[in-house]
Design a protein around this ligand. Structure first.
Ligand SMILES: [Zn+2]
Length: 435
């Protein structure tokens, strides 16, 4: 029997792109992509959602998720450990089968520091760098900065080590970022649009990759900041925490985001198409998945992302282009969870027919990924608000409707559909997770 041909795997994640703001992706149809309906993100924020996408596990199963006291450093360590234990899911599996792996990300959470390492080549394309060589400098500069107190200390170290070129590169990026901010304040330029895609395109264009390969790309253009005002993100994070802990909606932030988000989402979709075009030479030999890791709330049940289990966060676009020799797979179940990405990849690699979709999918939250202590004074946050916010909740989407179940309280919080039927579905799902 003939061995199945092994396709390249390209997964392009347009970070923070809501399904109902993804019309710009319709152009993918002309490139041979198929749209799948009711795709649901397993988590309302980046890290757990991506870990699900590569491991095929829901957050409570892979263990990389928010919890009280688990912020930045702890989360980084936790993610690295769990990802290593899980062999980085489909990334590790395919590498063992001879695939090269490239992780090209504008989101620092999708990097070696969080367990997405050990690949053929990785690139963290922070919005500050325009060319990919500059992004390499940026990564080294961040390391130098993390060893030293402040810019001056880091600069002194670079001079001592004879790293003048690196120092100049850093100064160039710093100056550019200051100028962009100034131009933004003067209204001459919008510094909130470009967040790394240019460097990613620079990396992809005019070079060849060792086939077969798996390539995971994350672009950040649909992610905040959306306005010059919230460029340090504190405004948005504060508004987010107010909604999480006190159920208070900051109308000003919600309005600003409502007005500016659509423009950013459309821009992100255009950049995504440019990236697909940059990979044109590979498309026929590849399985290409274009999706998002979560959406963004624009006052519809909260603001920002993380914590909330709302449609605006959990419904994501999903487009797939099958390799030229494979028959495109029809959607069978009513929903598709992004936790099914590894099985879609596996099916394409093994040349097996697979069923895509499921009649019950879910999303989970365990609390706020942002540290509340840095925003509230001692005693300002009632204990009961903390406990409520940091309880495990599961949102279930099924043919019977959808519901959010609070595991700690043992109660349904939000139901649309037949409550009695949904209770049965939810209890089955939750007991399945515990096993
Ligand atoms: Zn994200």
């Amino acid at each position: 029997m003939e061995k199945p041909r092994r396709p390249n795997i390209i997964v392009l994640v347009i970070d923070t792109l809501r399904e109902d703001h993804a019309d710009g992706l319709e152009a993918l149809r002309d490139l041979g992509f198929i749209k799948y309906e009711n795709a649901i993100a397993p988590s309302p924020w980046t890290l757990p959602s991506h870990v699900s996408m590569v491991t095929g596990l829901y957050p409570s199963q892979h263990g990389v998720h928010e919890a009280y006291g688990v912020y930045a450093g702890t989360m980084m360590e936790l993610s690295r450990q769990r990802m290593s234990k899980l062999n980085r899911g489909i990334i590790g599996e395919l590498m063992e089968e001879g695939y090269s792996a490239y992780i090209i990300s504008a989101n620092p959470l999708i990097s070696a520091a969080y367990g997405f390492g050990g690949v053929t080549e990785g690139l963290v394309a922070d919005g500050l760098c325009r060319r990919h060589s500059e992004c390499r400098d940026y990564e080294r500069l961040i390391t130098a900065l993390s060893r030293r107190e402040g810019y001056l200390g880091a600069a002194a170290e670079l001079i001592r080590d004879g790293e003048l070129r690196l120092l100049l590169s850093g100064l160039r990026m710093l100056t550019r970022s200051r100028l962009r901010r100034l131009a933004g304040r003067l209204g001459l330029h919008d510094p909130t649009m470009e967040k790394g895609s240019l460097a990613i395109l620079d990396f992809l264009r005019g070079r060849s990759f060792t086939e077969p390969f798996l390539m995971l790309i994350n672009i950040m253009e649909a992610h905040g900041p959306y306005t010059v005002k919230d460029m340090d993100l504190r405004l948005t994070v504060r508004a987010f925490l107010e909604a999480v802990f006190f159920n208070r909606l900051d109308e000003e932030v919600a309005n600003l985001n409502r007005q500016s988000y659509p423009k950013h989402a459309a821009y992100a979709a255009r950049r995504a198409l440019e990236i697909i075009h940059a990979l044109k030479g590979y498309l026929d030999r590849s399985l290409v998945i274009v999706t998002s890791d979560h959406g963004e709330l624009l006052g519809d049940g909260g603001v920002h992302h993380g914590y909330f289990l709302k449609d605006g966060l959990l419904r994501v676009p999903l487009w797939v282009r099958w390799p030229s020799w494979a028959r495109p797979v029809k959607q069978e179940g009513a929903f598709v969870s992004l936790a099914q990405v590894p099985s879609i990849v596996r099916g394409a690699v093994n040349g097996e027919t697979l069923s895509l979709g499921s009649d019950v999918v879910l999303a989970e939250s365990f609390g706020s990924p942002n540290r509340p202590e840095s925003f509230y004074r001692e005693g300002e946050l009632p204990r009961e608000a903390l406990e409520r916010a940091f309880s495990h909740r599961v949102r279930v989407y099924s043919r019977r409707g959808s519901a959010t179940y609070n595991v700690r309280a043992g109660a349904l919080e939000e139901v649309s559909g037949d409550a009695q039927e949904l209770t049965k579905v939810v209890m089955e799902v939750v007991s399945g997770l515990a096993r």
